[in-house]
Design a protein around this ligand. Sequence first.
Ligand code: URA
Length: 246
Amino acid sequence: MTLMRLDKYLSDATAFSRRELKSLIRSGQVHVGGKVIKSPEYQVESDSQVTLKGEAVCYRKFVYLMMNKPAGFISATEDGNAPVVTELLPEEYRHFGVFPAGRLDKDTEGLLILTNDGQFAHQITSPRKQVWKRYFARLDASASAGDAEIFTHGMDLGDFIAAPGHLIVTGIPEEVFVEITEGKFHQVKRMCAKVGKNVIYLKRCAIGGLTLDGKLQPGQCRELTADELEMLKDAPLPPLEETALR
Ligand code: URA
């Protein structure tokens, strides 16, 4: 449990600004444990019973979201020109200050994690942590068993050596799954280009043991469950059939 100022507690838990909260507190609209508290500096525990304008406040510092990223959005919190994924967030998540944990290219779709927990983001994005990511790719030419063999050895992409990955050819030879543990700039596209194929469509379908929720429409997001958070960190990729049609 953490002890903190009442105005800090409320600013973590609600969309009000610190200034608005100070005024709400001073005007007697905040209760802690049933008692009106008019001092913004008053110390509360993270599990204190707090109400604001008569409504119970649910405190939490961190939030973890799964988004089905649509094409056309940059994986960032701001950009001078193009729309960014955080613009797609429902109002209730906007004040948390979430950012994408790992990037997908502007034209790539699929599973994107957004959180305000920097340590957690590092755990799932650092190449050292060896979290596998699975992508579905449509190519401009058929992939062969020979291409798949090349992927298993890793490859020299000029500025770095990509670690061994997998290229799995599906029933349609231009459609493949690519599985890698790193996430360097354009990595999947560059690995496919190295075996002579251009990626014409790319979607991330899984990270660690977590599969993109097929019920999420492009642009929608939902919170991750505690089990899903664990699956992101150290579970193997799900069976291919689970991601095959997504
Ligand atoms: N590799 C790519 O080439 N693009 C992405 O968006 C993700 C991985």
